[in-house]
Write a protein that binds this ligand. Structure first.
Ligand code: IFM
Length: 473
């Protein structure tokens, strides 16, 4: 019997378990604004977005969706949606501006206010400690390739836990460490924009270490009922053919894109094949005794972010030296990334909900007993308010319907999926794309900061109210 069989069926054709968590997700730098207020100092994204040519249109998160000044309005939106949970991130440079030493109370007060308002609205606060905004001072001291950053992170986790421990229901240590390590320190398309294969591998290891240290700090400070988690953007991989070379290309991408995080965190070991694949770059001597045990501190659930699958084939010719900065240490000279067929979002990402189902079933098989939560899923489209003030986004509704149906199918197939967080509540600062991409189910008119519920927001509110989706969107 799956979790679905026990519940009464009403309205929705595909009904989710009764205690399923319905949420939306955001991140501090993408929505808060108030970049220089109340003691906040620059993060690597403030610096990066001010560096000419790094972010489209020279956009920055200085004002973003001005959430810092609009908490009540935004919690009211969440209440209208009827979400059970809200996932947000805490800005490290707002709470501990230099990444060292005592906390800034005004920074903590903001999150006290937010979590109090959420709790008054009956919404569970789900806080992420790191969604990419490293205090610039720590980057200047070496950033994530420097082991010391992991210890700084654990200290910050302890500060946040002491201050907010009785308010936050679920703590997530890191959001998408693959992106932070490999886009930030490998390909350099994200902050801090460094391009070093060994730097990206060191950063990844220090993220795993920081995660484990933070889990310990959290467990020591938050009530036993609070959940502790980690969110990964796992890659749903498809081999071009069953030829051994294509399967080996998938293995390499899987090693650096997925198993570099899954194996330390759930099994306390490094993927041995990745260590071999990267032997010309590093001997991994930055991994010290005990690190992998620390990374494997038990957690209560795994957060999974999914947008689209990744298709991989073997490189066409035998690998020569690669000059281009890459996010795929150990794989870069051996693989080709292929387009996936089908409709595309405004990010040019393929719409393919089977990838989410495949990923959840893989985790069901690889991590038995680990509850899963889809902590991000959603799509960007070219949205605008029409003359009547409505924002019609049928493609997003279709995307969400397909992906929620895929989650439902995964639960029917035995995956222990406990919740779904839609990315994103609000249109926001989409990193290197600036404000040119809109992921929100609430439209933000940035010059006026006026919020308008898109059709998808009304649709999602209906899904939550009915506890599931219909057979079609
Ligand atoms: O906006 C991002 C988010 O910050 C992390 N996950 C992917 C989203 C869409 O690109």
């Amino acid at each position: 019997m799956t979790a679905l069989d026990a519940r009464p069926r009403t309205g929705a054709t595909l009904r989710f378990p009764a205690r399923f968590r319905w949420g939306t997700a955001t991140a501090a730098y993408q929505i808060e604004g108030a970049a220089g207020e109340d003691g906040r100092t620059p993060s690597i994204w403030d610096t990066f977005s001010r560096t000419p040519g790094k972010v489209r249109n020279g956009d920055t998160g200085d004002i973003a969706a001005d959430h810092y000044h609009r908490v009540s309005e935004d919690v009211a939106l969440l209440r209208r949606l009827g979400v059970t949970d809200y996932r947000f991130s805490i800005a490290w440079p707002r709470v501990q501006p230099t990444g060292r030493g005592p906390a800034v109370q005004k920074g903590l007060d903001f999150y006290r206010r937010l979590t109090d308002e959420l709790r008054r609205a009956g919404i569970r606060p789900v806080a992420t400690l790191y969604h990419w905004d490293l205090p610039q001072e720590l980057e200047d001291a070496g950033g994530w390739p420097n082991r010391e950053t992991a210890y700084r992170f654990a200290e910050y986790a302890g500060i946040a836990a002491e201050a907010l421990g009785n308010r936050v229901a679920t703590w997530t240590t890191l959001n998408e460490p693959w992106c932070a390590a490999f886009l930030g320190y490998g390909s350099g398309v994200h902050a801090p924009g460094r391009t070093s294969a060994v730097g990206s591998l060191r950063a990844a290891h220090h993220f795993n270490l920081a995660h484990g240290l933070a889990v310990r700090a959290l467990r020591g400070a938050v009530p036993a009922a609070a959940e502790v988690s980690l969110t990964l953007n796992l890659h749903a991989l498809r081999a071009h053919t069953d030829a051994p070379q294509d399967l080996d290309a998938v293995r390499r991408v899987d090693a650096v894109g997925n198993r570099l995080f899954l194996e330390p965190v759930f099994h306390g070991r490094l993927p041995e094949d990745l260590v071999r694949d990267t032997a010309s770059v590093t001997d991994w001597s930055f991994v010290r005794d005990g690190d992998l045990r620390t990374a494997a501190e038990p957690i209560d659930s795994l957060g999974v972010n999914y947008y689209s699958p990744t298709a991989v084939a073997a490189a066409r010719s035998s690998p020569g030296p690669s000059a281009a900065p890459s996010a795929w240490a150990g794989a870069e000279r051996h693989v080709r990334f292929l387009p996936v067929a089908g409709p595309r979002t405004a990010m040019d990402w393929p719409v393919d909900s089977d990838g989410l189902h495949e990923l959840l079933l893989r985790l069901r098989d690889d991590l038995p007993g680990v509850p899963l939560v889809v902590t991000e899923n959603g799509a960007a489209y070219e949205d605008y308010a029409d003359p009547s003030g409505q924002v019609k986004d049928p493609e997003r509704v279709a995307y969400l319907h397909a992906h929620l149906s895929a989650v439902h199918r995964a639960i029917e197939d035995g995956a222990d999926v406990r919740g779904y967080f839609l990315w994103s509540l609000l249109d926001n600062f989409e990193w290197a794309y600036g404000y040119s991409k809109r992921f929100g189910i609430v439209h933000v008119d940035f010059p006026t900061q006026r919020r308008t519920l898109k059709d998808s927001a009304h649709w999602y509110a209906d899904v939550i109210a009915r506890g599931g989706v219909g057979a079609s969107a």
